[in-house]
Design a binder for this molecule. Sequence first.
Ligand code: FMN
Length: 205
Amino acid sequence: MKFGKKTIRSSADIPYDPERSDTLIIYRSRKGSTLEYAKWIQESLDCDIAPFDRKYLGYSILYRNVILLSWLRSSEIVGLKLIRQNHLRFLLPEKHVILGVTGIAEPSKSYEKYIREINFGLGFDYASLHLLPGRMDVDHQGASDRFMIRAFEKSQYDGMTKQEAEVFRDRMTRGWDGVSRQACLGIIQEIQSIRKEEKNDPDGE
Ligand SMILES: Cc1cc2nc3c(=O)[nH]c(=O)nc-3n(C[C@H](O)[C@H](O)[C@H](O)COP(=O)(O)O)c2cc1C
């Protein structure tokens, strides 16, 4: 990977910039709930943020911590395939990587395990996973939303127990809003504790 004229092969090749934050958030959001989490986390950690776009993903090489935020669509973390395929190029194994994923399913241990099985792999298995409560706004669904929901109908309940599938179906059809600032505290605290360890800073700031 190139940065300016310099070829970056490991974190040691990265030019030091005291103005640059230690953490980058990369987010992907269709209806806005993941973006809300991205903004809250960015505010709390005072870090850099970029949309989940091929041209920005490479910036992750410049940071020590990378927070990837996306959403669940039929158990698949949207966009993660691109990360899995390129994680070595982006030097992600050398970094602290957090994956925050919004969804409307109950975040049970068994569902989380299933989401890991489906989405991790190709050596990309080191990220910590946080399932974040998302939103389903049935009052503002356009034709493309309805088309997508129908297209993914068959595989939507994969990995859920019968009871979890019922809760999911209810939220999907009647709508649900689980988005709260509180829910992303786990991600914020994980970065703060790394900062504390690295700088010996009791507040992690
Ligand atoms: C077609 C479709 C499939 C979905 N599949 C899942 C799923 O498998 N698991 C889940 O927890 N949520 C699922 N959801 C809910 C979304 O992940 C949730 O609405 C999320 O908050 C969307 O994020 P955004 O607001 O950032 O676009 C699905 C939503 C749609 C439209």
